[in-house]
Design a binder for this molecule. Structure first.
Ligand SMILES: C[S@@+](CC[C@H](N)C(=O)[O-])C[C@H]1O[C@@H](n2cnc3c(N)ncnc32)[C@H](O)[C@@H]1O
Length: 218
């Protein structure tokens, strides 16, 4: 189990935390939490403001393949896969790999990349529709913190259950008071956020042995 940033090739987003907190009405939060069109492809106030493929995952999947020494025929699961962008890039890099993705959003799955859509399912992270030890790599980027604490613990146990190799998750976290304040201003959908040390204690408590990194509002 290690903290490692495998997403450091992502473009750095400039965030106006003070503007966001003013726009974040209960109505906007409720719309975002539906993980429907408004969250992905609606107004920026409600989420992504246009969740479009731009190739940014290519460098990340190459990094993961190398870091975990994945075989060409690896089985890979993405929890909270949205429109399947990362899985599409895994398939491009490793045509013999097997991919699977789940997401609670029927909108995201319906609008997924055609190349991977047949391998995506609507499901929730706390109940994964796969047998034990199905995957060489289980990934969940910025997704399981959308669950309340007890369900989130269950989702970590589920990752352990379906994983036979490596797992990698990222979750909302802070290292200091300024980052905590910024994060609370910024987030629309997260239910569980913690200091990085609290996350590490939680991982140990539930027996999560995979790797992790943070979404931080620094
Ligand atoms: C911030 S987006 C991240 C999407 C993608 N992983 C990425 O990094 O581009 C969060 C995703 O988690 C999904 N999600 C929210 N709650 C979930 C749950 N309980 N189980 C599975 N996916 C969930 C949302 O629908 C959304 O696609």
């Amino acid at each position: 189990m290690a903290g490692v940033n495998l997403l450091d090739t992502h473009p750095k987003t400039r965030r106006d935390y003070d503007k966001r907190v003013l726009e974040k009405t209960p109505e906007i939060i409720a719309l975002a939490k539906r993980f429907d069109r408004d969250f992905f492809d609606g107004d920026r106030k409600c989420g992504y403001g246009g969740y479009k493929y731009d190739g940014r995952w290519k460098a990340v999947v190459k990094r993961m393949k190398d870091y975990y020494h994945l075989p060409d025929n690896a089985a890979i699961l993405d929890i909270g896969c949205a429109k399947g962008f990362m899985l599409h890039d895994f398939k491009e890099l490793m045509p013999d790999c097997t991919v699977a993705g789940i997401d609670v959003s029927s909108y995201a799955i319906e609008n997924a990349m055609p190349s991977v859509k047949p391998f995506l399912e609507i499901a929730s992270a706390e109940s994964l529709p796969y047998p034990d030890k199905s995957f060489d790599l289980v990934i969940s980027i910025n997704s399981i913190h959308n669950l309340p604490l007890e369900s989130l613990k269950q989702s970590l146990r589920e990752i352990q259950r379906v994983c036979r190799g490596h797992s990698y998750i990222t979750v909302d976290a802070w290292r200091n008071e300024q980052e905590r304040e910024n994060l609370f201003k910024w987030v629309l959908t997260a239910e569980t956020m913690m200091h990085v040390d609290e996350w590490k204690r939680l991982f140990a408590e539930v027996g999560y042995t995979g790797d992790y990194w943070w979404f931080m509002a620094d």
